[in-house]
Design a protein around this ligand. Structure first.
Ligand code: SAM
Length: 335
C-alpha cells in the first residue's frame, strides 16, 4: 500500500529545515550499511538476504533520480529497483522504453512521460506531487538522468522548493567509456554533445582545446567521422577512443589517433548504435635542443638573458638555470 503525505508527514530536504527529523531517503535502502544494532553480514548468504531486504523497503517521500541500464538490462542496482518498485509514480522520457525495464523486473508502478517537449507542462505536476509527499522517480531512457538528458530544471526547482532529492547512482556511458578507453582517467571533462553544424562544432571544440584533461563527447554515429575530423584539426591529432554499444552484445572500443579514427569511419561508413568519443589530454612534446636554442635566440632579441631564461622556463618546463647558462652562451656568441 502506498503511503500518502498525511501518513508519512513528508518533511522538506535541504538547508536545515526538517533535516534532523525526516527519515533520510538513503537510510535502510543501503544494503552495505545495516541499521544500528544489526550485525554486519558475515557471509555471502547473509549479504544476499540483506540486499534482498533492501529491495523490500519503502522509499521515503521525495524525488529520486534513478540511473538505469545503458544497454544491458541487468545493470540496475538493487536500490534502483527498490525505489522504482516503491515509488508512487515514475517519470521517464519514453514510456515504451522504461516499460520494458519495468516488465523485466515485474514492477507495476505507474509511468508518465517527462521529456524535452512536455517538460514545461509536466514539471509543475511533479513538483505538486512532491509537495503532497509523494515518492517520485525520474529516469532517462538509458543511463543517469540529467547527463545529456532531462531533469536539470526539475532538480533546480525542487531544490528551490526545499523538496527532498536523492540520487540512485548507476550506469552512465561517459564514465564507462573513460574507463575502457585506456586514456588518462585522473582528470576528465564531460562535454556532452557537440553542436551538429561544423562551424559551431569547431568553436565548441576550440573552447576545450587548452583543457589539461581527457575530454568525453557524446556523438551520434552518423556524425562520427566528421566530428572526429574536426577534433583532429582543432584539438590536434591526439590519442583517442571510440566506445560503441557499451554493455550491449556488439560492444567495441576502437583506439587510435583522431585523424586515423576519422579516416576509418569515413571509409567504413557510420557504425550502428551509440558511441562515446574519448580524447586524451594535450600532449606536451619535449622540445629538442635546436628548438630551444632557436626560441632563446628569438626571445633574446626582445628580452635580457635573465628574462628570456625565465620566459622559456615557464613555457617549456626546463630549468631556469640551465636556460640562463645557455642564453649567456648564445649571447656571447659561443654557439
Ligand atoms: N543519460 C545517458 C548517460 O548517462 O550516459 C546519456 C543519454 S544521451 C541522450 C545518449 C548518448 O549517450 C548517445 O548518443 C551516446 O553518445 C551515449 N550512449 C548512451 N548509451 C550508450 C551505449 N550503450 N554505448 C555507447 N554510447 C552510449
Amino acid at each position: 500500500m502506498k503511503r500518502t503525505a498525511k501518513s508519512t508527514g513528508a518533511a522538506r530536504a535541504g538547508s536545515e529545515i526538517g533535516e534532523g527529523r525526516r527519515r533520510h531517503p538513503n537510510r535502510r535502502l543501503d544494503a552495505s550499511k545495516p541499521d544500528r544494532g544489526t550485525a554486519p553480514a558475515a557471509d555471502p548468504a547473509a549479504e544476499t538476504q540483506l540486499a534482498e531486504a533492501s529491495t523490500q523497503t519503502e522509499p521515503a517521500p521525495g524525488l529520486y533520480l534513478v540511473a538505469t541500464p545503458i544497454g544491458n538490462l541487468a545493470d540496475i542496482t538493487l536500490r534502483g529497483l527498490a525505489v522504482l518498485r516503491g515509488a508512487d509514480r515514475i517519470f521517464c522520457e519514453d514510456t515504451r522504453v522504461t516499460a520494458k525495464l519495468l516488465a523485466r523486473y515485474g514492477i507495476a508502478t505507474p509511468l508518465a512521460a517527462y521529456h524535452d517537449y512536455n517538460a514545461e507542462q509536466v514539471r509543475p505536476v511533479i513538483l505538486t506531487a512532491l509537495r503532497r509527499g509523494e515518492r517520485v522517480a525520474l529516469v532517462a531512457d538509458a543511463g543517469t538522468p540529467l547527463v545529456s538528458d532531462p531533469g536539470y530544471k526539475l532538480v533546480r526547482e525542487a531544490i528551490a522548493g526545499n523538496l527532498p532529492i536523492t540520487a540512485i547512482p548507476g550506469p552512465t556511458a561517459a564514465v564507462t567509456a573513460v574507463i575502457l578507453s585506456g586514456l588518462p582517467p585522473d582528470a576528465f571533462l564531460f562535454a556532452g554533445f557537440l553542436p551538429p553544424r561544423q562551424a559551431a562544432r569547431r568553436r565548441a571544440l576550440a573552447r576545450w582545446a587548452a583543457v589539461e584533461a581527457t575530454l568525453v563527447f557524446y556523438e551520434t554515429t552518423p556524425r562520427l567521422a566528421e566530428s572526429l575530423a574536426d577534433m583532429a584539426e582543432v584539438l590536434g591529432n591526439r590519442a583517442a577512443a571510440v566506445a560503441r554499444e557499451l554493455t550491449k552484445l556488439h560492444e567495441g572500443v576502437r583506439r587510435g589517433r583522431l585523424a586515423d579514427l576519422a579516416a576509418h569511419y569515413r571509409l567504413a561508413g557510420p557504425p550502428r548504435g551509440e558511441a562515446v568519443v574519448v580524447v586524451g589530454p594535450p600532449e606536451r612534446r619535449e622540445p629538442d635542443q635546436a628548438e630551444i636554442d632557436e626560441r632563446l635566440r628569438t626571445t633574446l632579441s626582445e628580452l635580457g638573458v635573465r628574462e628570456a631564461a625565465a620566459k622559456l622556463a615557464s613555457e617549456t618546463g626546463r630549468s631556469r638555470g640551465e636556460l640562463y647558462r645557455r642564453a649567456l652562451a648564445l649571447r656571447g656568441g659561443k654557439q
